[in-house]
Design a protein around this ligand. Sequence first.
Ligand code: ADP
Length: 312
Amino acid sequence: MHIIRTHNVTKCFQGKEVVSNVNINVKKGEIYGLLGPNGSGKTTLMKMLTNLIKPTAGEIEIFGQRLTPSSSFAVLGRIGSMIEFPIFYEKFTAKENLELHCEYMGYHNKKAINEVLEMVHLINIVNKPVENFSLGMKQRLGIARAIITRPELLILDEPINGLDPVGIREIRNLFKLLAKEYNITMIISSHILAEMEQMADTVGVINKGKLIEEVSMEAMRERNAEYIELITPDITSACFVLEHRLYLQNFKVVDQKIIRIFDQNVSQKEISKTLILNDIEMESMSKKVTSLEEYFMGLVEKENQNQVVKHE
Ligand code: ADP
């Protein structure tokens, strides 16, 4: 079941398209990572999901219902969000800010405030006015505010911005807990791949307003298995030997001289022995792993090149 689906959602500002025909599919209970460089349209997309701005074209479906200005009130009550930098009443304490938010949301559960402040590790500074908070502390309070009403869906824009490495780990664990224990669906944006890699179940890659890939992390990891890279001037014969002497099935010629062997049950020693026995010259052989970084950078670069070509 999908909690969010968008259908060709597009947003233009002053005639310039900053989100173009985006179709995302966020499944119930998952952490969906929206990954893209700065300026790629992540915030704009999230603003449309929370009805802060209206799409120029396309449709948004949340909890199976079309999001419209009139239908949105009930839907938005089931969503917690933090879009761009969180704004608070600066003279008020963390606790007072959360009380006001609960009041506004019609959520009356006195225990929730302490619980949530504990969850984001702000329990010790409940009486300090927010104006004295660091960026990271405000970010934590923003997250606390987004989750306090136990929403079914959380929409968080770059929530780990401004946190130190320990803070990042704590918040990441909190998100995982919310997904697992409370079955909260989450869409989280980031420009940092490593972050997404550690918590997302599905990643949507966005570049220049276009969704260029939507893939499960599991499928991604499988794609990024280890391989043996073989460099040989005699590529045709080498392929013949791999296929008919070593009975390998999963290898790929990536260049005039380079073969990547993904079969896992063959050793480098076995390959080199067989190639030598068959008189095939070899320049080198080594074990490699394609990192996710490489893969995503490749996607973004390919997309950029396509756009250049289109404009020519
Ligand atoms: P991201 O969140 O990925 O950094 P944004 O959604 O903030 O990207 O921005 C995408 C593009 O849209 C940027 O080029 C930005 O300058 C532009 N943009 C965002 N908001 C507005 C606005 N209100 N008016 C004009 N341009 C905007």
